[in-house]
Ligand binder design. Structure first.
Ligand SMILES: C[S@@+](CC[C@H](N)C(=O)[O-])C[C@H]1O[C@@H](n2cnc3c(N)ncnc32)[C@H](O)[C@@H]1O
Length: 286
């Protein structure tokens, strides 16, 4: 079983107000891209959007789909860049409500499972920012199904795009396994308690799975950017400790503190990384 609607609501629908306290102003819940190292979290999040905008070769007249659009932060960027029509899909009810309430001109938000989504028309460009970590469960990976299931995702992406489409894709990666029990327990806690049903892909699995539907033209990894992003989230979470404990209870604060501290350590220690890819649709090869 991969992340179900209940899993997704557990991970993302706790409370929009809670996430608003420690994410950036626009509610990006994925790695920012620190380029100069001098940026604020907010500026680094726009860097990420710009990179993925360029990777997807978006222009204002193109119809774009953001798969796993969260609270609509990247869609807000598209509108800022003059994109006239964009769609977003999320499996989280609270995110869909929040994204719709932004009233972004030309933007339609779909609430539902991407794998059951029948788009009203084909897309010129795709973007997906760290949704693929919900596509394969740890049990499925143990059964050797990961590459087939990721390929099924990329096939669906191929089916809903027009020839000539580009895809700006970002994924959190699992690289190395820690050696000591405490670190393993913290990672297991993050997987089981914060993101049930999810699993970060390995880079080599993604490289195998994109073919024969997409080819990777460019790729950049940004482990240290994710370290800085999660460190900033942790700082903001702690700055709001009293409010969080009062409103959502000690357990929520302590769980999120443990999860974000584990993330910082995971990026510091090379257990995890993050990748951005520029993918081009293979139109002729099939
Ligand atoms: C880590 S969040 C990233 C959100 C957003 N892209 C961002 O950058 O902030 C993962 C997103 O994937 C969505 N998601 C996961 N599985 C999904 C599915 N099967 N169909 C649609 N959305 C899904 C979640 O609802 C959530 O919005």
């Amino acid at each position: 079983m991969t992340s179900t609607k209940a899993d997704i609501d557990h991970s993302y629908s706790l409370s929009n107000e809670f996430f608003r306290l420690w994410l950036d102003d626009n509610m990006h819940y994925t790695s920012a891209s620190y380029i100069t190292g001098e940026e604020t979290l907010e500026e680094a999040q726009w860097n990420k959007c710009r990179i993925l905008y360029e990777y997807a070769e978006i222009t204002p007249d193109k119809l774009v789909l953001d798969i796993g659009c969260g609270w609509g932060a990247n869609l807000a960027y598209l509108v800022k860049r003059g994109v006239k029509r964009a769609h977003g899909i999320t499996l989280s009810t609270a995110q869909a409500e929040y994204a719709r309430a932004r009233n972004l001109p030309g933007v339609t938000i779909f609430l539902g499972d991407f794998f059951e989504f029948e788009p009203p028309e084909l897309y010129d460009a795709l973007q997906s920012i760290e949704m693929i970590d919900h596509v394969v469960s740890p049990e499925q990976a143990n059964q050797g199904l990961a590459v087939d299931l990721y390929r099924n995702y990329f096939k669906r992406c191929w089916e809903i795009t027009k020839p000539g489409a580009f895809f700006g894709f970002q994924a959190i990666l699992r690289d190395r396994v820690p050696r000591n029990r405490k670190d393993l327990e913290d990672l297991k806690f993050t997987a089981d308690v914060i993101f049930p049903g999810g699993l970060n892909p390995r880079l080599e699995e993604l490289i195998m799975a994109i073919r024969p539907y997409w080819e990777c033209l460019e790729m950049r990894t940004q482990r240290t950017s994710y370290r800085r992003t999660t460190a900033e989230w942790l700082k903001r979470l702690r700055a709001n400790e009293a409010i969080i404990r009062a409103k959502w209870g000690d357990r929520v604060f302590e769980d999120y503190d443990r999860y974000l501290s584990t993330c910082v350590r995971a990026f510091d220690s090379y257990w995890s990384s993050d990748v951005q890819m520029k993918l081009r649709r293979c139109d002729e090869a099939l």
